[in-house]
Design a binder for this molecule. Sequence first.
Ligand SMILES: N[C@@H](CCC(=O)N[C@@H](CS)C(=O)NCC(=O)O)C(=O)O
Length: 210
Amino acid sequence: MKLYGYWRSSTSYRLRLALELKGLAYTVCPVNLVENAQRDEAFTARNPFAGVPMLQADGRDRAQSMAIIEWLDERYPDRPLLPAGIEDRFTARELTYAIATELHAPLNLPVLKYLKHPLGHSQDQIDTWYRHWLAKTLRPLEARLEQLDTGQFLFDAPGLFELVLIPQLYNARRFAYDLSQSPRMTRIEAACLALPAFQRAHPDMQPDAG
Ligand SMILES: N[C@@H](CCC(=O)N[C@@H](CS)C(=O)NCC(=O)O)C(=O)O
């Protein structure tokens, strides 16, 4: 399998984590977002969404990180990313999709660039925007983790939730978001980052890391 991604892209990071947690081999093919390589004709001919990640697997170019991750989990049922029981699966999805659907869109790079140009906002204002939307979802997420009385991970081992959470926290730290009010999340983060799978998938370990 070939993973077309960018070292700092949170959606590429979550897909790397899915591949790592499932123990699947993959080759990283960097797409330089800073140079707009995702808009090259040769790339958009394969992926009309003009973004990363893209996974070439089983003869197809697959876009949209969550769809790819769900496909991987069905295609390779060993080491499932979701727990066994229907209620636990619901919990994992509730928390995962809070991040994947509410947070990723307003905090995505093209949105931040648009705030700067043409809308003319300063970097300070953009950072405020970023932290505002983070708080709107991370606060209730922390409250839910508190209700669930989570330990090291959401369930016994890291899965769908953790592979979406960790890249989001990586971004939160880049934007100096105060995580002191998120002890459950940061405990899960620390436990994940101690694992080799999470270390291999970390942005800094990627061949295109700058
Ligand atoms: N919904 C898509 C979002 C993909 C996405 O926004 N990727 C970003 C990097 S995290 C990207 O390629 N941005 C470049 C651009 O939009 O020009 C997914 O989950 O795969």
